[in-house]
Design a protein around this ligand. Structure first.
Ligand SMILES: Nc1ncnc2c1ncn2[C@@H]1O[C@H](COP(=O)(O)OP(=O)(O)O)[C@@H](O)[C@H]1O
Ligand SMILES: [Mg+2]
Length: 461
């Protein structure tokens, strides 16, 4: 069933089948038309021959009958009976008595007269004509023509016509198959080549063979494939270059992030060690001045207290700067403790929102780079939520199972509408770059009124 359906779809089959069908119909019509013309021509000829012959005989017979010279009449008629189509001749007198009967005629038989050879049913075309002399009836001539010779001729002509038609059909089939196979073979090569190009093989070429329409199509196809192939090669090279640039960029970003973190760490240490010591010294000095001032001079005490206040404020500011630059807990107690501290502080600062977290899997040995990346991303997410989200609930999930470290931060705040959800500020771009520098995947989902969600996956080698 399937095979016959695909046979009907084949151009080769349809071409040959339609040409052969049309040929058979046309030739059958032609043969049928020829046979009827041959038939009419033969029967008309016989009728005309018979008519002139019987007229001739009737005229001649009248004179002989008048002279009652039947011997000469018989002599005359026996020459005529040799005519090859003539079956019998009979002369009857006025009283319908047979005077002469030649050929296959039974003397007393009176065959029914036929009007036309085409309407004969018994194989003999019977005609009769009255014999008159000077208006006086003398009798009748009866003639019978055998149709077998005519039928034979018609039969032969018809067979010849059918044979020629059959030869023509066979020749047409052969030529159509020959041309059809050639044409469809070449079209087949074209379609196969197109399939290969579709599969990505641009080295195919189709032989042109002959400079006809198919040949021209093949040449155009070849030149098109050559152009596409050249362009594809260029694109691939450009893509390769772009990929290389991108990976160099990522490396650069990774390096600059590392340098930045290193610098922050260094700054935090300097602030802690140098500025911290100085402020402590200033505070100690201010306390000594206050304690040692003569008779507890009020103005001195006030100034010393002011110095103490200012230096304690500076101490707090320096401490929070140190924390922002580098949370010491990250280095001392690890990622989880640093995150817990960060989230707890955030919850205290944002009493209308509650942030919960789940940490799962082994998160202790992620390495300095990943630790600081995760920490900074969560910091930025929480900042964004307090800046943009007006959320009630925030959930942070961090887990490490198998090969991947996954982080999701989601909130139930106002989200972002579809028109602007593609827009990324420096915060989101920074997150993406940090993740891509670690060969990870970063995505965010949001829609107006449906919160904001960030998904991160980092492969852990
Ligand atoms: N949790 C959030 N809820 C709603 N909108 C957010 C959230 N996080 C980020 N956005 C939107 O994404 C934009 C880009 O964020 P970001 O890249 O961090 O830049 P910035 O915070 O400096 O605006 C923000 O301006 C804000 O409109
Ligand atoms: Mg931001």
């Amino acid at each position: 069933m399937l095979e016959s359906a695909s046979l009907f779809r084949s151009l080769r089959f349809r071409l040959i089948a339609s040409v052969v069908t049309i040929e058979i119909i046309m030739l059958s019509l032609l043969v049928w038309n020829n046979i009827s013309i041959i038939h009419t021509t033969h029967t008309d000829r016989l009728r005309d021959t018979a008519k002139s012959m019987i007229q001739q005989i009737a005229n001649t017979s009248g004179n002989h009958m008048l002279a009652v010279d039947y011997a000469t009449l018989e002599q005359y008629l026996s020459n005529i009976i040799n005519y090859k189509e003539l079956s019998y001749i009979a002369i009857v007198d006025r009283d319908e008595n047979t005077v002469i009967a030649l050929g296959s005629m039974v003397p007393d038989a009176r065959p029914v007269v036929d009007t036309h050879p085409a309407q004969v049913s018994d194989g003999i075309y019977d005609i009769s004509r009255d014999i008159q002399v000077a208006g006086q009836p003398m009798g009748r001539v009866l003639l019978g023509f055998s149709l077998s010779l005519m039928d034979d001729a018609i039969y032969k002509s018809r067979n010849r016509g059918i044979t020629i038609a059959l030869i023509e059909i066979v020749l047409t089939i052969i030529v159509t198959i020959f041309i059809g196979l050639g044409l469809t073979r070449r079209l087949g090569m074209l379609s196969k080549a197109a399939g290969e190009v579709e599969a990505g093989n641009y080295s195919v070429t189709v032989p042109t063979e002959i400079d006809d329409e198919v040949g021209k199509t093949a040449a155009a196809f070849n030149s098109m494939v050559a152009k596409v192939s050249k362009r594809t090669r260029q694109l691939l090279q450009e893509e390769e270059k772009t990929q290389q640039l991108l990976s160099e960029n990522r490396l650069l970003i990774q390096k600059s992030l590392e340098v930045q973190e290193e610098e922050r760490k260094h700054l935090a240490r300097e602030l802690h060690d140098e500025l911290g010591q100085c402020i402590t010294a200033i505070q100690a000095d201010a306390e000594s001045i206050r304690d040692l001032s003569p008779q507890s001079d009020k103005r001195v005490i006030t100034s010393a207290d002011a110095i103490l206040n200012v230096s304690s404020h500076i101490y707090d500011v320096v401490h929070s700067m140190i924390h922002l630059l580098r949370p010491s807990v990250l280095d001392n107690l690890g990622l989880i403790e640093a995150l817990k501290e960060e989230i707890d502080t955030w919850n205290q600062r944002n009493p209308r929102t509650s942030c919960i977290y789940t940490f799962d899997g082994d998160l202790s040995e992620l390495g300095e780079n990943i630790n600081i990346t995760i920490y900074r991303i969560i910091q930025e997410c929480l900042t964004n939520i307090s800046k943009h989200a007006s959320a009630k609930h925030v959930s942070i999930e961090l887990n490490h199972h198998g090969e991947n470290l996954r982080l999701t931060v989601s909130d139930d705040g106002v989200g972002m509408d579809a028109n602007t959800s593609g827009h990324m500020g420096l915060g989101l771009i920074g997150m993406r770059e940090r993740i891509q520098a670690l060969n990870g995947l970063f995505s965010h989902e949001t829609s107006s009124g449906n919160g904001f969600r960030i998904n991160i996956r980092i492969p852990k080698k």
